[in-house]
Write a protein that binds this ligand. Structure first.
Ligand code: KG4
Ligand code: ZN
Length: 360
């Protein structure tokens, strides 16, 4: 049995997890900062780094306590060292290096986006499915049913607040970028549409719930394809179209409150339908172009119920993470860390925090 301590601090979640043999989540603790950033409707880097400093040691300690594992039992320390906000990354990387050095254990640098794909392998958390993606407090998940592995080659889609990109996944260690957004990430569009409607942050779960009460065919928002065979995405036109629909055109502006509750639900449902149509269309194209045998979807937007249901429109089997591991977490870092360790990848103490993903 191999136990990996995973550490995640790339953006606004401070997280630590203990994962057994790369798939069984013994503990997954997340200190989210969204209340600190809600007022600004986006992550403020300086506030994020300060909160990581305060949270990192308590979160690591809690992940050990909840899993019943001591530092002496840990076989290696894995840390998300890219991509992300540099001040945020540095806190996790420094904590991981210090632990690995003082314990004399291997250190493994993990790419956060790569780990979002791997999250489909994580065992169902005891408080995972059905809980929603994010809890305000630290979250624990600890049982132990591993999930089936996707068939390779697979197409991977990472859709989150910071990323929307398609990957060809040869196996868990060989991943290459085949398409990405040329402007907004889809999660960012969800957050902005929520703001346009005068609703809260983060917008994804709010729009997801509201969409259930609306008619997805009521408004025909644009679906940007960027050309017949393109695997790139664009969501800024869709966002602007929602803005004009809700707020009106110049000279005739109105407040979101001018819309009835049903109108707002219709906007949410129609916006969501446009996002999902584009994501599913691009996944389908990528499958055809690369002869993929399965599709893997990870990142915060993979918690979206509409998107999860729409994967049945794809002609190969779809794999999504348990709800608890869709948004940022450290279990996915520890899990992929295990795979990398097994394949002989090890990092030395010169490991750097890097803002860009390694997969380009
Ligand atoms: O993966 P994540 O925690 O952070 C990044 O790496 O960016 O993703 C956060 C994003 C936010 O934009 C949030 O609004 C979106 O994921 N999100 C959702 C849902 N839950 C979270 N979007 C659509 N539907 C959801 N249910
Ligand atoms: Zn993420």
């Amino acid at each position: 049995m191999t136990l990996i301590l995973g550490i995640e601090s790339t953006c606004d979640e401070t997280a630590a997890a203990i994962v057994e043999d790369g798939v069984r989540v013994r503990s997954s603790v997340i200190a989210t900062q969204f209340e600190l950033h809600a007022h600004y409707r986006g992550v403020v880097p300086e506030i994020a780094s300060r909160a990581h400093i305060e949270n990192i040691l308590p979160v690591i300690e809690e992940s050990l306590a909840k899993s019943g594992v001591t530092l002496a039992d840990v076989d290696a320390v894995a840390v998300a060292h890219r991509p992300g906000l540099i001040g945020s990354l540095l806190i996790g990387v420094t904590a991981a290096k210090t632990l690995a050095w003082s314990l004399g254990k291997p250190l493994i640098g993990v790419d956060h986006v790569h780990a979002h794909l791997y999250s489909v392998m994580l065992g169902e958390g005891a408080r995972g499915e059905g809980q929603g993606a994010r809890s305000a407090e630290a979250e624990s998940a600890s049982t132990l049913i591993p999930r089936p592995s996707p068939l390779f080659p697979a197409i991977g889609l990472v859709c989150s607040g910071g990323h929307t990109a398609l990957y060809r996944v040869e196996d868990w260690t060989r991943v290459s970028l085949i398409g990405k957004t040329i402007d907004d990430a889809v999660g960012e569009a969800y957050d902005k549409v929520s703001a346009i409607l005068g609703l809260g942050y983060p917008g994804g779960p709010i729009i997801d719930a509201l969409a259930e009460q609306g008619d997805p065919k009521s408004i025909r928002f644009p679906r940007s394809t960027l050309g017949k065979e393109s695997l790139n995405f664009s969501f800024s036109g869709l966002k602007t179209s929602v803005l004009y629909h809700v707020r009106g055109h110049q000279g005739k502006e109105r407040l979101p409150e001018a819309l009835s509750a049903q109108d707002r639900a219709n906007v949410a449902a129609s916006f969501q339908a446009a996002c999902i149509d584009v994501l599913i269309d691009k996944i389908g194209k990528a499958i055809r172009q690369y002869g993929a045998k399965s599709v893997i979807v990870g990142g915060g937007v993979s918690a979206n119920r509409g998107l999860r249901a729409a994967l049945s429109r794809v002609r190969v089997p779809g794999f999504v993470p348990p709800f608890a591991y869709c948004t940022d977490n450290a279990a996915m870092i520890a899990g992929l860390g295990h795979v990398l360790l097994e394949s002989g990848v090890q990092t030395n103490l010169a490991l750097d925090a890097v803002t860009m993903s390694a997969i380009r």
